[in-house]
Design a protein around this ligand. Structure first.
Ligand code: F6P
Length: 555
């Protein structure tokens, strides 16, 4: 009977009384009670009751300003989470991370990407000297190889106009964001990012390029990812069919598995490596960003690293009560676990951040979308929320309806950049006005009385009047950058990384593996030969999958 009960609990991810709970029960209960009060009282009342609310819950960190005051944050909430932090030994977990412990326990790896940006070895980490040496070597090696590549490109008869960066997930999203965010207007050279196996994208990119002026950079931590290898093969064939005998001379590989890149056919001189302790979705700080660094310059990249290192110092040294990464993680946890929130949204009011949501989606959901605790027991709380969003003001004209008047609470994050890098100030003022207005509208809502005041003489029906009522009290957080500088970008991304880290510790999961992506990949290998051979009978798959295969393969 007990065995049956446990199996049932495991299946539905329910706690049994022998399971280790990551948050003490009395604190869970107390947070649930606080959430009830918070939901009833709302956020506006918190402003009414406290003149110093903004001051208390905002935070200026170098070029970044964080305003958390429009969320449900409060002193009692912070107090409870500090208790959880103590019971969860969160400070110890942070030290374990920075000391190089094998915190990625399922893969028996340390997580040390922060070392790549500790360029001045300021000692925020307490690594073993050997690891510090490795990190220094990795940085020095990248600098050297980058210079060599730059020089060899300068010697080319035809200058490079197009770089095709081939890589997927962590081997592309960060580099694309870095490039788009810091790209200089007027730069004529371009980077095309190819991740997807869908050749509609590849074919359209190749159509814009010429073999004489195209460089290919294949990025893959493992150098075994099917999409990346097939895209590289097809590009090599394109070179060949355009008269280039040795296409791989125009290819560089960036990887933590140089042997595999050599086996693929790349000469060692064309392989740039990075250490295995840099996780894919944490690799923007490494040579994975080669393509962007070639166009943006190493100086900007170093500033980007430095900005992140500053945030690392805050993450590491600030007490949790004043730690912006912890407070944001705490709010995520509170919303997901005590307010029934399933999704949060990120809206960047800056076109240069058009890839930010994709990047953060991978960072958060691949890290914390887990259902097992570190010791293998089922998780007894909600882990990663759905992360979605877009770019303002576009999204205002599509999804904001639901944000304001939908039946689910969706905490929203607004990212604003104070100074633009163009001269059309009027556009920028309008953009910022919209972003700020949205945060105000989500908070205040609009009562029926206000609707009547504003529209009373327009002859509107009762229903139309009621439809214009907004409940308000919808939480939002605003992050404002002085400028989209390399260091501000570095600081911003490091903030999100550390927030995800704290989120993982709060729920007692391993944020650094990604087992959930493996099954689909394995089954694709079984499905592929069936499609190639046009077979759809007795496949061993479920009836729906077999039905799909039949549809696909019927003549
Ligand atoms: O399938 C998930 C994943 O392993 C990601 O974690 C990673 O960023 C991506 O695939 C690409 O992997 P690789 O860099 O080894 O090609």
């Amino acid at each position: 009977m007990r065995y049956f009960f446990r199996n049932l609990c495991n299946k539905f991810n329910m706690p049994t009384n022998t399971m280790k709970s990551s948050v003490p029960e009395h604190l869970k209960d107390s947070l649930t009670a606080l959430a009830q009060t918070d939901l009833t009282a709302g956020i506006q009342r918190k402003f009414d009751n406290d003149n110093a609310r903004v001051e208390k819950h905002s935070f200026q960190f170098r070029e970044l300003y964080f305003d958390l005051s429009k969320t449900h944050i409060s002193d009692p909430l912070v107090e409870r989470y500090l208790e959880i932090a103590e019971s969860q030994k969160i400070e110890q977990a942070r030290e374990d991370f920075l000391s190089g412990d094998l915190i990625n326990n399922t893969e028996q790896r340390s997580v040390l990407h922060t070392l790549l940006r500790d360029t001045e070895n300021q000692g925020i980490t307490m690594q073993q000297p050997v690891v510090l040496d490795q990190a220094q070597d990795a940085r020095a090696q990248f600098t050297e190889q980058y210079k060599e590549i730059e020089q060899s490109l300068a010697r080319r008869e035809t200058p490079i106009k197009d770089i095709i960066h081939v890589g997927i997930g962590g081997s592309s999203l960060g580099t694309q964001l870095l490039y788009e965010a810091l790209q200089v207007i007027g730069e004529r050279r371009r980077i095309h990012f190819i991740g997807n196996i869908d050749a509609h994208q590849l074919v359209s990119v190749l159509d814009q390029c010429d073999v004489s002026s195209t460089l290919v950079i294949g990025v893959s931590k493992t150098f075994t990812t099917a999409e990346t290898l097939q895209n590289l093969d097809s590009i090599a064939n394109w070179f060949k069919s355009n008269g280039v005998d040795k296409p791989l001379d125009n290819f560089y590989g960036v990887t933590a598995n140089p042997t595999q890149a050599n086996q693929y056919g790349l000469a060692s001189s064309n392989v740039v490596s990075f250490p295995v302790w840099v996780g894919g979705r944490y690799s923007v700080w490494s040579s994975v960003s080669l393509s962007a660094v070639l166009l943006l310059g190493k100086e900007k990249f170093d500033e980007f690293l430095e900005g992140a290192a500053e945030m690392d110092r805050h993450f590491y040294t600030a007490p949790l009560a004043k730690n912006v990464c912890f407070k944001a993680a705490m709010l995520d946890h509170y919303y997901a676990n005590h307010m029934g929130v399933g999704a949060k949204a990120i809206f960047a009011y800056d076109y240069r951040f058009r890839s930010l949501v994709d990047y953060l989606q991978q960072l958060e959901t691949e890290s914390n979308g887990k259902d097992k605790q570190r010791d293998g027991h089922p998780v007894d709380q909600k882990t990663s929320m759905v992360v979605w969003g877009g770019v303002g003001t576009d999204v205002q004209h599509s999804v904001f309806q639901m944000l304001h008047q939908g039946t689910s609470i969706i905490p929203a994050e607004f990212i604003l950049v104070k100074k633009p890098d163009h001269g059309l100030q009027e556009h920028h003022n309008e953009l910022l006005a919209n972003g700020i207005a949205q945060t105000a509208a989500l908070l205040s809502g609009q009562t029926l009385e206000t609707v009547k005041e504003l529209h009373g003489d327009e002859g509107l029906s009762d229903e139309a009047m009621k439809a214009k009522v907004f409940s308000g009290d919808r939480p939002s957080m605003t992050i404002m950058l002085d400028k989209l500088s390399p260091s501000a970008l570095g600081g911003l991304l490091a903030f999100y990384e550390h927030r995800v880290f704290f989120g993982g510790v709060l729920t007692n999961i391993n944020s650094f593996d990604q087992m959930g992506v493996e099954l689909g990949k394995r089954l694709a290998k079984k499905v592929r030969p069936l499609i190639d051979r046009g077979e759809a009978n007795d496949t061993g798959f479920d009836a729906s999958t077999e039905g799909l295969l039949k549809k696909l393969t019927e003549k």
